[in-house]
Write a protein that binds this ligand. Sequence first.
Ligand code: PMP
Ligand code: GLN
Length: 397
Amino acid sequence: LLDATGAFRSTIFDETSALAARHGAVNLGQGFPDQDGPEAMTEAAVAAIRSGQNQYTPAVGHPRLRAAVAAQQRETQGRELDPDTQVLVTCGAAEALTAALLSVVKPGDDVVVLEPYYDLYAAVVSFIGANLRPIPLRPPHFTPDPEELRQAFTPRTAAVLVNDPHNPTGTVLDAATAEIIAREALANDAVVITDEVYEHLRFDGAHTSLAAGGGRSSLDPELAAAIAQRTLVVSSASKTFRATGWRIGWLTGPRELVTGARAIKTYLTHSPAAPLQLAVAQALENPRPWVEDLAAEQGRRSALVVNALRDLGLTVADPAGSYYVVADFSPFHDRLGVRDSLELSPSLIEHTGVALLPVRAFASARNAALYDGWMRVAACKQEEVLVEAMNRLKTSL
Ligand code: PMP
Ligand code: GLN
């Protein structure tokens, strides 16, 4: 996160995208789609702007979008949410995560997270002056050591961050890990913050939130009910509706926790773009066939990348969701004359014309070496783009 002077540096996403653009590389680094969202959503945005929906919405978000989020969560996760008190609209999942952490975590508290993790988590925990307790998912299957995970929780643990489906590894949370997190959060009075931005990108369409209700949870019913009472769920339109540049997200959960986050969020940005909130409401109200097609298509794209990387002789972790495929590129370190995967990323851009991100950039300094060699491929592009990138790797490596 920090440069040699101790200042925050720009993110690996922005740095790699800029380098890829300078070299005309296929950018499979930063994860964003190369296609638009549903046509009707775009039309709804234009109509909202033209019909004068251009002033602030309430700070909690437009009532139509809050109602649409509550209805979507009832249908997909069996959660009963009051749209007035249990749904908060935010500027992307990024702001939802920021407000959630700022409202729950105090200076000196611990925040448990499965590692590798999305970089914003560590940045916000550091803004607060709290301590991140990263528990490594161990390659090549990217599962945690159960005992290590259990022991990370103490009475100092204010929150645990869970990202499912997972960025960067493409894995999904298994029932045993979910149970440890739920039991320990309960025993240590910690809040669970679940980042579910890839909820509709689990290839089998079977995403289940840690806060799921109505018999959908893999946890025993008593534990499921207790954990839902202490879980804040984060999601957004960025991935579900291919609108990463719209910055529309949301946070849902028990009333007291949402009220806390809402107080902070008001002073961060007040409210996101009014016409885009309405357009996302339109899309959430009409999810089919969009979300089914989205998951199936991503499954095909990720499989294409997995097969191409295995053909190169690489070890690849089987993805079950999200945008990403991770593979161990260390066999290429010597060939390209690099010492580690931080050096491999720019070298691949120059020598193969393909931008990928080192998984170790998603890890704490203490555990980064565990992930050396592993690279993340953002497989969220159109098939011909992925084929071109895989051909470039094949012919240049
Ligand atoms: N969480 C994860 C795991 C992500 O990969 C991202 C980036 N898409 C975000 C949060 C931020 O999402 P948003 O664009 O909605 O702010
Ligand atoms: N979530 C995207 C990724 O992991 C990037 C988001 C960003 O650039 N901050 O690639």
